[in-house]
Design a protein around this ligand. Structure first.
Ligand SMILES: *Cc1c(COP(=O)(O)O)cnc(C)c1O
Length: 385
């Protein structure tokens, strides 16, 4: 009746009105000089966001497209890569690698746990000749944050490249591509970039780029050699998603205005407040090493995640995500990504409280919210000054 949607799903995420409006302008022609100027601006701001001096490429696809582009441009059939597999998106790296005829070596870890650099080191020494390690920065399906920086150090010592799926991580916590020596960083529009779905991004280190010329995997739309030629002429190889790019320009300007440091501080604060709120309710956080993009709550025995998310959606317009794969029905995910104000995570917590109570779980209403607010009260002045 009074339905207003509050989206807390890990993609799509809420988009700022000015970003949406930017994309609603009449479509400019993508081969005109005016649009080249837009592209230049976007490309510069993307370098700021990726913290790199390397070019950042984009495609009209969901994030998975840029993952595929990374595999198609770097490797040849038969090559071996190490895949960190501890969730749905780690599995996806493996599936793409297999589709391209690579020979993935799997480093399997239990869902909810982060990979250890020691395990990576061991796997690399047991499998000499592995060309690269493929992993997620945030494994969105388990809420885990992997130690990308440490993994990169270990991989480089073994002569392997590091390919990072940062689709739910870029812009959420520090992931300085050049400083950490990340060889490939992949991003997507509808998660941490706070845009509608439909754009994907990939940036490559110089070392990774050397492979692009030699890789023997078939590729056409995702061929970075063509994109690089077009990039140098201030255009794109094919018709870009013009309206989304106008939105992207606006979103990147907002990010620049806020500044990466403050953005990271915001995510660190709201995610911590939410986690502590969950704990104050007597619930548990699912991942052992939680990321800042979302809070994954382990549901108590007897509470069905599907029933909870349905109730919250129908009665309160609050959209939380359930679990995927083996976690279906057992967890709910509260996402912090996107256009959210400092107290919106508290709204999600309040929904969790009331929903659990309505489903008969004995929750002390207000306990989680109170704890979250205490934490925000304590730090808001530093973060939002
Ligand atoms: C969502 C997600 C993907 C897949 O992105 P799509 O845009 O749905 O193709 C891949 N990796 C991670 C870590 C994600 O969160």
């Amino acid at each position: 009746m009074f339905q207003k949607w509050h989206l807390f799903t890990p993609g799509p995420v809420p988009v700022a009105p000015e970003v949406l409006l930017a994309g609603a302008r009449p479509t400019p022609h993508h081969r005109l000089p005016e649009f080249s100027a837009v592209l230049s601006e976007i490309r510069e701001d993307l370098q700021y966001l990726f913290q790199t001096r390397r070019p950042v490429f984009f495609f009209a696809s969901s994030g998975t497209g840029a993952m595929e582009a990374a595999v198609a441009n770097l490797f040849s059939p038969g090559e071996r890569v190490l895949v960190v597999r501890g969730g749905k998106f780690g599995e996806r790296w493996g599936e793409i690698a297999e589709a391209y005829g690579l020979q993935p070596v799997y480093l399997d870890i239990p869902w909810g746990e982060a990979v250890s650099p020691e395990a990576v080191e061991r796997a690399l020494s047991e499998n000499p000749g592995v060309a690269a390690i493929l992993l997620q920065a945030h494994e969105t399906s388990t809420g885990v944050k992997h130690p990308v920086r440490e993994v990169a150090e270990v991989a480089h010592r073994a002569g392997a490249l590091v390919v990072v799926d940062a689709i739910s991580a870029l812009g959420v916590y520090p992931l300085p591509m050049d400083e950490w020596g990340l060889d490939v960083v992949v991003a997507g529009s509808q998660k941490s970039l706070a845009l509608p779905p439909g754009l994907s991004f990939v940036a490559l280190s110089e070392r990774a780029w050397e492979r692009v010329e030699k890789a023997e995997s078939p590729r056409y739309y995702f061929d970075l050699r063509r994109e690089w030629k077009a990039y140098q002429k201030e255009t794109t190889a094919y018709t870009p998603a013009v309206s989304l790019l106008l939105s992207l320009r606006e979103s990147l300007q907002l990010i620049r205005k806020i500044g990466l440091e403050r953005l990271f501080a915001h995510y660190a604060l709201v995610s911590r407040a939410c986690r502590e709120g969950v704990l104050a309710l007597g619930l548990e956080i699912f991942p052992r090493v939680p990321c800042e993009a979302l809070t994954m709550v382990k549901l108590p025995e007897g509470v069905d995640g599907g029933a909870l998310t349905r109730l919250l959606r129908k009665r309160y317009g609050v959209v939380l995500a359930g679990g995927q794969g083996q976690l279906k029905g057992k967890v709910v995910r509260i996402t912090h990504m996107g256009h959210q104000s400092p107290l919106e995570g508290v709204l999600a917590l309040s929904a969790l409280e009331v929903g659990l109570s309505e489903l008969g779980w004995p929750v002390k209403i207000g306990a989680g919210v109170a704890r979250a607010l205490e934490i925000i009260r304590e730090h808001a002045e530093e973060v939002y000054a």
